[in-house]
Design a protein around this ligand. Structure first.
Ligand code: ZN
Length: 311
């Protein structure tokens, strides 16, 4: 049983500028901890290639994909209301992030790996069909879910998102699609404003969107409760054939972008429960990718315990 660890040094080449929370040091600090702790001995390192632009067009408009190629070609631009920097190395980093997630789901489908974690940036879950937003250019987890449905031919794919921010982009891309279950735990009310409990999907997709809004100040107990009583319970009924995790670690009590109070250890528990679910439901097939997490030390520690439960 092997777990992939997917990383490319060009994730560092997405230069967001001084003081930006979504900085290259995020993935560098994770790689430092993963190496120095010896965790890498239990993981299979893999360096991905860029995703083909055509595979992004399964969820994004061709205009958006072309725009991300043009914007930032020669100088730095600010999109999504100003928080999303697109600079000369950004498109390559984002394509390598989508590529890392795609190669991971392919390796897991082929049985080369059992599971994988993609240590990528920029993150993806706020990116909409035709817009960059919230530090995100391309929605990597959505690209992977679309691949699993359309190319791998799976009938049911689940995405669990425990980033402290609601994954508006992912929800919008699949809210009418009953074959992709999107479940999110997030602080609410909070950025980006979507993710109320009453948002449960639209039309045929009603019932395959699950939002668990968590108040500021909530901690390990409340989050674990919501995971067990809502996410796990509903996914047991959905019976996914593949589990994707939008793993953001910014609900940590030391994170500067949230008001929730999770401790490092909760990420081991959440991961173990999701892994058990995957072992019961989908032959253990899990691919997790990095979304948010902005306190460098808390982020690296949290990813380390996530990997302890993934390996
Ligand atoms: Zn976040």
């Amino acid at each position: 049983m092997t777990c992939g660890f997917v990383y490319h040094e060009d994730y560092l080449e997405h230069k967001t500028g001084p003081g930006h929370p979504e900085c290259p040091e995020r993935v560098a600090s994770i790689v430092d901890v993963v190496r120095s702790s010896g965790l890498l001995q239990d993981l299979v390192e893999h360096k991905p290639s860029e995703a083909a632009r055509a595979s992004l067009e399964a969820v994004h408009s061709a205009d958006h994909v072309a725009r991300m190629h043009e914007v930032g070609k020669s100088s730095s631009a600010r999109l999504g209301g100003g928080d999303t920097v697109v600079a000369p190395g950004s498109e390559r980093a984002a394509l390598l992030a989508s590529g890392g997630v795609l190669e991971s789901v392919q390796n897991v489908m082929e049985g080369t790996w059992s599971r994988a974690f993609v240590c990528c940036r920029p993150p993806g879950h706020h990116a909409e069909q035709s817009a960059a937003m919230g530090f995100c250019m391309f929605n990597h987890v959505a690209v992977a879910a679309a691949h699993l449905r359309k190319e791998a031919g799976l009938e049911r794919v689940a995405i669990v998102d425990f980033d402290v921010h609601h994954g508006n982009g992912t929800q919008h891309l699949f809210e009418q699609d009953p074959s992709v279950f999107y479940a999110s735990l997030h602080q609410w009310p909070h950025y980006p404003g979507t993710g109320a409990e009453g948002e449960r999907g639209i039309g045929d997709g009603e019932g395959t969107t699950l939002n668990c809004p968590m108040a500021a100040g909530t901690g390990d107990k409340e989050w674990m409760n919501a995971l067990e009583s809502q996410v796990i319970r509903q996914l047991e009924e959905f019976r996914p054939q593949f589990l994707l995790i939008s793993a953001g670690f910014d609900a940590h009590r030391r994170d500067p972008l949230s008001g929730t109070q999770l401790t490092t250890g909760i990420y081991r528990d959440i991961t173990s429960r999701l892994r058990e679910l995957a072992e019961r439901q989908c032959e253990g097939r899990v691919v997790s990718l990095l979304e948010g997490g902005y306190n460098l030390e808390a982020l690296a520690e949290s990813v380390a315990v996530h990997l302890e439960a993934m390996r």
